[in-house]
Each structure stands twice: as structure tokens, then as C-alpha cells.
Design a protein around this ligand. Sequence first.
Ligand code: CTP
Ligand code: MG
Length: 250
Amino acid sequence: MSTEPAQTVPEGRRTAAVIPAAGRGVRLGPGAPKALRPLSGTPMLVHAVRAVARARAVSLVLVVAPPDGTTEVRHLLDAHSLSDVFVVGGGETRQDSVRLGLDALPDDVDTVLVHDAARPLVPAETVDSVAEAVRGGAAAVVPALRLTDTVKEVEPRGDGGPEPVTGTPERARLRAVQTPQGFAREVLVDAHNRVAREGEGATDDAGMVERTGVEVVVVPGHEEAFKVTRPLDLVLADAVLARRMARDSY
Ligand code: CTP
Ligand code: MG
């Protein structure tokens, strides 16, 4: 990440990373907000911020913290030598949090990457390839992987009973999407202005943009960009970090 003033960024273009980190982490079980829980002794959020800041394309990082935790997050980032990262308070849903982050960006930012704090191990190359695709002219870009499981569509039943299958989409046409998702700033802002929040809000930024009729494209994601959601994901994240340490020590 550059700490240079904006006017030195090539072509006057500036890419910001917005990191929604205001979730509670209910599916991870009781404890601190998910982004503040440690992986190999370092908070998940610090891993995520370092991961995006390492990308060449990113010139500014903004964290959307739990609304009651902005001071704690500020101190945490300062303690990890990340004082140039901006912090704002988040909202009730992920969609609200992303919007609050967008509202706080400086005027000279024209490309926005939205990256979940819950994907702390994304490689810098993945971040850069998303940013490059946006700078290359795509209005909305998502990193994604092919699926290994076959997916069924069902008639959902809340009672835990057997659910009738209504279809099997062709697996070769499906992709599991990750973050960072990259956008021309005005395209994402326009989607937030036009798409109303329903229920838990959008779980995916590109989904909102799709609804405004703008084309979204997929680039290759990375298996290490998985989302830490359930307790087993913490085991995987620790294993990935241990593997990196072992490789680095060769
Ligand atoms: N997020 C956010 N604001 C919210 C809800 C979620 O900024 N109101 C962020 C989370 O901090 C996370 C990302 O959006 O980095 C993806 O959300 P998810 O994995 O669902 O995290 P949580 O909402 O924290 O987890 P859970 O749904 O299990 O409570
Ligand atoms: Mg959630």
C-alpha cells in the first residue's frame, strides 16, 4: 500500500479497499466479534488488512468496525503499525456496513474493492487481479471458484424434515464467489442508492450491481480466500498459516 499523497498515484486513479468487519460472527459461536478473534495469535482483521494492503493496486484501506467497537479497532490497528488505515462504524447488516464505508471514502477514489474481514488469508495476487480487471474496464468483478459439490435446489422446510428437490443446476456453470469484489466506484454507489435493503440485506455486493443491469464478470479466485464462518474454518485457517510459516522458513 502506498502512503504517498494521492497525486502521485499513476494516472490519477486511486483504488480503495473497504473491509466490512462489523459482523458478530454468530455462526462461529460465542465470543468476541468475529473480526477480532485471533488466528495464530493475531486478530483476523489484522490479517485481512495486511492481505489487502500488500496488493500493489491498493492505495487506501478503510475498515468498517462494529459500531460499538470503533475505538477498540483503532487501537488494535495502531498497535499493529497500521495507523494509516481508516476506521468507521458499521451497521446492522453487511449491506449497511458497506454503504457506511463507501460514504466515508475520499472523493478521489474511483475504484473500490470490498473485502470481507472474514477472508483473512486472501493472497495479494488475487486482490491485484480483481483491481486490474476493474482498471482494465470491467465495471464489476468477482473472484470465484468452481464447485466441487453438486448443488441441489430444494423447497426449504424449517422443521428439519426431508426437503423436496426442485432442480439440479449444471455444476459446470456454477461458481462460488469470494471477495475482494471490485467496482467502478459510481457503479457500486448507484447500486446502493437504487437497491433497497430486504431482510438481512445483500450478502454479496455484485448481486446488488447485477440488479441494476450492469454486467458483472468473474475472474479466478483462490482456495485460500475462503471465508471463516464456522468453527472448522478456524482450524483450516490456522493450518494455512502454519503451512505458510513452514514454506517461508525454507
Ligand atoms: N459484516 C459487517 N456488518 C454486518 C454484518 C457483517 O461488516 N452488519 C461483515 C462481517 O464482519 C464479515 C463480512 O461482513 O467480515 C461477511 O459476513 P459474515 O461472514 O456473515 O460475518 P458475520 O455476519 O460476522 O457472521 P455471522 O453471519 O455468522 O454472524
Ligand atoms: Mg453474517
